[in-house]
Design a protein around this ligand. Structure first.
Ligand code: ZN
Length: 395
């Protein structure tokens, strides 16, 4: 992270950064809006590279059960967890799903997130998976959010197939033969993800889906080694996936394989916090030369945190990243893992003018004062899209 002092940023009318440098050298412009940031640090808009933002219903009761000691995997095995959200999402109308997701995105943006990856995976049937992904498109088109859609039909085996012989394999076949081709034909996603873990999909099933997705032109990423050492990280390295996410249960050989293959490691410390799980060893990943990303994992069950600014701080306290590594992980590295680093993630000419003006002169206060409302102005594509309580009207 390179910090400039007394700097100015100039954006054009189309929302692209044209010039960055010392304020004293700034080109003079006759018109346009000026934002006075004196005494305030400015960081790139945050890039949240892992969310499950489109869902119906809620799981607040389950949260209480877990806080009283119930186990996440046991709740899932009993038909709750992801499967409860699938029932509620299938039952929700498009407008209900759209409105709920929009409110979530607005709150995330108020905390500094300007680009957001969103996965499907609460449909687990063709129609609902496509409906979830269409809502992401609608949020981009009608509401102006910057989103990236990922098909995660391989989030779980649907309830209808759980007690059927070879149910999981039948679902894998349906994803490959029916769901992914429809997603691609309708241009509804850029990425395919698989929950490769205990109780979900094994490495062989995950490989089948991801290789098929790649043949169809989708990029691949996966949930790996969250619940156990189940081979997901090694599969990510084998496939040259863009990212392997979670990574609580990995060893030095896994880290070396990820580094050699150039796979990003996406840490989701909010989920460790909420589920009371161990923290992924971010320090060891950085030391092994793996590009590290930090994302919220915002979802209805295992982590509802919407503020990537807060999660960035958790990556310091839990995953043992430095503040600079955590900021880079939630901006440039996150953008790179989504193959968007030519557009967002840095304050640099040619990139989108996505900026967060902080109510402090030192961005490290995002870590020191984690959870405080420090985003005083959020600028997306050169437009102010959120204004914090601390930025006065004149600012
Ligand atoms: Zn996830």
């Amino acid at each position: 992270v390179a910090a400039l002092q007394h700097a100015s940023v100039l954006a054009d009318d189309d929302g692209w950064i044209r010039w960055v440098g010392p304020a004293a050298d700034a080109p003079t412009v006759s018109d346009g809006e000026r934002v006075d940031c004196r005494g305030r640090a400015v960081i790139p808009g945050l890039v949240d590279a892992h969310t499950h933002l489109v869902w119906g219903g809620h799981r607040r009761d389950e949260l209480e059960l877990r806080l009283r000691g119930a186990d996440y995997e046991a709740i899932f095995a009993a038909g709750g967890g992801i499967l409860a959200s699938v029932r509620a999402t299938r039952a929700a109308s498009d407008d209900e799903l759209h409105a709920a997701t929009r409110r979530r995105l607005e709150r995330m943006r108020a905390c500094g997130t300007t680009t957001c990856e969103i996965k499907s995976g609460y449909g687990l049937d063709l129609e609902t998976e496509l409906r979830q992904l269409r809502i992401v498109r609608r949020l981009e088109r009608e509401d102006g959010f910057q989103c990236v859609a990922t098909c995660l039909a391989a989030h779980a085996v649907p309830a209808e197939l759980r007690d059927v012989p070879q149910g999981a394999d039948r679902w894998v076949a349906q994803i490959c033969e029916e769901i992914l081709p429809a997603v691609v034909a309708q241009d509804l996603a850029r990425w395919c993800d698989v929950f490769c873990d205990r109780g979900a999909f094994d490495p062989a099933q995950s490989r089948k889906i991801l290789e098929h997705a790649r043949r169809l032109g989708l990029g691949v990423r996966l949930h790996a080694n969250e619940l156990g050492p189940t081979g997901g990280a090694r599969l990510a390295a084998d496939l040259g996936a863009a990212s392997a996410d979670h990574l609580l249960a990995i060893d030095a050989e896994d880290r070396a394989a990820l580094a050699a293959a150039g796979v990003c490691a996406t840490l989701l410390p909010g989920t460790s916090l909420v589920l009371g799980k161990p923290w992924a060893d971010g320090r060891a990943l950085v030391d092994a030369g793996v590009p590290v990303v930090v994302a919220s994992d915002c979802n209805p069950g295992s982590c509802g945190l919407e503020s990537l600014a807060l999660v960035l701080a958790l990556a310091c306290y839990g995953n043992r990243l430095t503040p600079a590594e955590a900021l880079c992980a939630a901006t440039h590295n996150a953008a790179a893992s989504l193959r968007l680093d030519h557009l967002v993630g840095r304050i640099e000419p040619g990139l989108r003018a996505d900026l967060v003006v902080l109510d402090t002169d030192d961005w490290r206060d995002l870590v020191a004062h984690a959870g405080s409302p420090l985003a005083s102005l959020v600028i997306q594509g050169g437009r102010i899209v959120a204004r914090g309580t601390t930025h006065d009207a004149a600012g």
